[in-house]
Design a protein around this ligand. Structure first.
Ligand code: C2E
Ligand code: MG
Ligand code: MG
Ligand code: MG
Length: 299
């Protein structure tokens, strides 16, 4: 992956797992070392959040950004979450890291507000974190640290595949958090096995179409039908629909024509360090600028 660095990550490790090899991490001693490493990373500030903008496809305006975790490793450089989230899960640190991500993201919303930017933030929540007995309580405490009510500025993303694990439990947990004013999104939608019955019972306000469908929809009629289907479903459920992995102006245009609400992807902006968001928003000229024919160089 030559362009992997564009996502703010470095490709390394033979099997893709830098810190964690599921085959060789059964021993308690290794687990203890792993816990120590994650805790050190937190204490030394090696965990950082990148932010990827989301834009309103119709109006072109920037609505907010999704927080994406990176490990800024002293030797390995910027490491993507796929390489260390399994480690965090296994060491039982999902809640600790997850709380840190939430706190960080809420602080960032306040920083943006001070910079005159009215942006929402999306945070990925693992099922493990969500199922902590006091998740809603801690979320409420994190929100209460801020003077202004930030609940409406916070969108929480849960993977479709994880949300369906225990539908009764998940529904009640999501509903409890919704009383704090936060919105829920079903992430990577279309890749799991939602039945309409399950979907009807989940109190979510946003569906995020998985990027695999978006990526091939121009060439593949079936993927296009899936994208259209999800958009229609979102309409019927009165959900906002977000397309992830928008890489080209043609994809953005087709999504807009299909009635999709929000777009996110490399064609709009790559995930970026927090400090780059405000300058990026100021430079952003709207989606029309993406498809505009470049001005020919002066003779
Ligand atoms: P996700 O939530 O579905 O996030 C989208 C992923 O797609 C991100 O990968 C992003 O960098 C990548 N992406 C964005 N636009 C494009 C595009 O146009 N083309 C392609 N090919 N890729 C694109 P990333 O940052 O490596 O994150 C991977 C997954 O790790 C996320 O998928 C999410 O499930 C998880 N994750 C990231 N941060 C956190 C976190 O703080 N907590 C938890 N629990 N999970 C996280
Ligand atoms: Mg996500
Ligand atoms: Mg996703
Ligand atoms: Mg994904």
């Amino acid at each position: 992956h030559a362009d992997h660095a564009m996502y703010g990550v470095k490709q390394s490790g033979r099997n893709g797992y830098l810190f964690f090899d599921p085959e060789h991490s059964r021993r308690a001693e290794e687990r203890a070392t792993a816990i120590g490493r994650v805790q050190e990373a937190l204490d030394r500030g090696e965990l950082v959040l990148y932010y990827q903008p989301k834009v309103d496809l119709r109006r072109g305006v920037v609505l907010g950004a999704e927080a994406l975790l990176r490990w800024n490793h002293p030797e390995r450089g910027v490491v993507p979450p796929a390489q260390f989230l399994p480690l965090i899960e296994r060491t039982g640190l999902s809640a600790r890291v997850g709380d840190w991500v939430l706190a960080q993201a809420l602080d960032q919303v306040e920083v943006w507000q001070r910079q005159g930017l009215d942006l929402s933030v999306s945070v990925n929540i693992s099922a493990r974190h969500l199922q902590e007995p006091d998740f809603a309580q801690r979320l409420s405490e994190l929100l209460a640290r801020h003077e202004r009510p930030l609940g409406p500025k916070l969108e929480l993303e849960v993977l479709e595949s994880e949300a369906l694990g225990d539908i009764n439990l998940t529904s009640s947990l999501l509903a409890r958090c919704a009383t704090l004013g936060v919105r829920w999104a079903l992430d990577d939608f279309g890749t799991a096995y939602s039945t309409f019955t399950n979907l009807k019972r989940l109190p979510v306000q946003v569906l995020k179409i998985d990027r695999s469908f978006v990526q091939h929809m121009l060439a593949d009629a079936q993927d296009r039908a899936i994208v259209e289907g999800v958009i229609a479903l979102a309409r019927a459920f009165e959900c906002v629909v977000v397309a992830e992995g928008v890489e080209t102006p043609a994809q953005a245009r087709m999504l807009l024509d299909m009635g999709c609400d929000v777009g996110q992807g490399a064609g709009i902006a790559y995930p970026m360090p927090a400090a780059e968001v405000a300058p990026w928003v100021r430079e952003w000229r709207g989606l029309f600028a993406l498809s505009a024919t470049p001005t020919p160089p002066a003779p």
